[in-house]
Design a protein around this ligand. Structure first.
Ligand code: SAM
Length: 197
């Protein structure tokens, strides 16, 4: 999918995935004042939530409309975030920069997924934490959101391989209710990752 697809979705006044943060992310904790990078962050619901917790949050998305909406949401919620409009293909991950990396339903094509995920370990500070939730490949049978292309959905093996450098790696595959705006709407097959450098 290209950024034009997302621009069209985010042009609407309504927030496509709502303004409440992702359920899995809301259960995670980071040390206070963490520097957190939220990738493929869309309209900013997760980044704004983390900023409300007092973290120093940078949000990246390649949709100009998404970046506009994340700035709007931060203003409504009266928090500061650092929005960046960039394609993850070109985004530069600096070494030992982040206390946290968050990527929620940031589905990428295989080669880009491997390239992007493969840089997280180096970009995190020692002790830094990765939080990821995505639809699992079996979401093809549920049809309640996410890309309906199997290669854009993730498996345990793929994520284990992407994050093999992490000593502390927890990958959980489960079925859960996902209700996030009009595009994530019901019982779904998801895969969740917590990894600590
Ligand atoms: C399903 S939305 C999820 C948005 C947000 N993470 C959330 O949970 O509300 C997927 C997002 O990935 C972004 N995205 C997809 N490919 C990207 C790329 N190559 N570079 C930057 N952003 C990308 C899209 O623009 C879109 O906002």
């Amino acid at each position: 999918m290209q950024s034009e697809f997302w621009n069209k979705r985010y042009k609407e006044e309504v927030f496509a995935y709502g303004i409440k943060a992702n359920d899995f992310l809301m259960k995670q904790t980071f040390p206070s004042g963490s520097k957190i990078l939220c990738l493929a962050e869309g309209e900013g619901r997760n980044g704004v939530f983390l900023a409300e917790q007092g973290h120093d949050v940078t949000c990246v998305d390649y949709s100009e409309e998404g970046v506009r909406k994340m700035a709007q949401l931060a203003e409504i919620k009266e928090v500061v975030i650092h929005p960046i409009c960039a394609d993850l293909n070109e985004f530069e991950f600096q070494a030992n920069r982040w206390d946290g990396i968050v990527i929620i339903f940031g589905h990428l094509p295989t080669a880009l997924r491997e390239k992007v995920h493969g840089q997280f370990f180096n970009a995190l500070k020692p002790g830094g934490k990765l939080v990821l939730e995505a639809y699992h490949k079996s979401q093809m049978d549920y049809k309640t959101g996410g890309p309906m292309t199997e290669t854009m959905l993730y498996s345990d093996e793929e994520l284990r391989s992407d994050f093999h450098e992490f000593e502390h790696l927890k990958i959980t595959q489960l079925e859960r209710e996902v209700h996030e705006g009009e595009f994530h709407f019901g019982k779904a097959a998801v895969i969740q990752v917590i990894a600590v450098k």
